[in-house]
Design a protein around this ligand. Sequence first.
Ligand code: FAD
Length: 307
Amino acid sequence: MLGPVLLAAARSDNIRRVVSAAPVTRPVVDRFIAGERLDQAMETVRSLTGRGLEVTLDHLGEDVTDRTEALRARDAYLALAEALREAGLGVRAEMSVKLSAFGQSLPDGDDIAYEGVLRVAEAAAEAGTTVTLDMEDHTTVDSTLAILAKLRERFPATGAVLQSYLYRTEDDCRALAGEGSRVRLVKGAYKEPASVALQDKHEVDRAYVRCLRILMAGEGYPMIGSHDPRMVAIAQELARRAGRKPDEYEFQMLYGIRTAEQERLAGAGHRMRVYVPYGTDWYGYFMRRLAERPANLAFFLRSLATR
Ligand code: FAD
């Protein structure tokens, strides 16, 4: 019940100010965020890759309202790509980008976001890595997929994210199941209306499995972005039936969530990529994590109560 309230709060500037300023918030945030600075994120990358895990890095930020902020987001990713190149970590670490941080919703936003992310894709290629475009709320899906298609003309390995809660996603999976395509399948983290998205959790799970079947049977590279043990087990079975080898798909989980399971899967020979967010603009990301799981919210509330 609290999920939708928290997702609405994730978009509220007033609540953002209160939550961000509360000193008790910090330790809980630290569980999900690798730090505010690039050097802290790189330290986390070294630690995770040293334990046999792969990484995708997210410089936190979304919904920018002017061009200067969009350029700042792009520059943060260029600095990240350079750090990965210098450290020789491009083979193990890729980058996840939210196009709303690159100016997607500004007038001429599609062009602004495309120009920004193109520079990042070039820098990623120089570092020996690639970019995946995160998916945000449903109003951005057409624009994000159009930018993906343009980027893939020059950088075919650019990844996409599809959300099983949207009615349209099975069709999008079919369209993106071709050779060279990289798709992270997730359930979806935004508050969406019934006109575009399934509202029942079990329906979302069932849709996830249908989408996974399409991706696993296709020619592309499926990335299973879920902490759900059932989805992880079903993905393994579908991969086996499709005759996929361990390097022909991967699992992805968020930093700080089910870390023992992340290491177990990697230890069992699966490719396991951890999504590592860092930066100062953590509010929206943090609220979506609280909304996903009552236990995360309880952890946050307990830390308030014990002060
Ligand atoms: P849920 O349905 O939330 O949980 C199912 C089960 O998983 C739980 O019952 C429990 O058994 C287990 N579980 C879940 N969390 C925990 C936990 N903390 N500890 C122990 N067990 C747990 N969403 C987007 O909309 N766009 C994106 O671009 C995007 N990128 C993502 C990238 C990655 C790598 C991941 C993992 C998720 C991403 N998401 C994204 C979020 C996603 O849409 C879901 O909101 C989120 O992953 C929760 O769904 P779930 O499949 O993990 O399982």
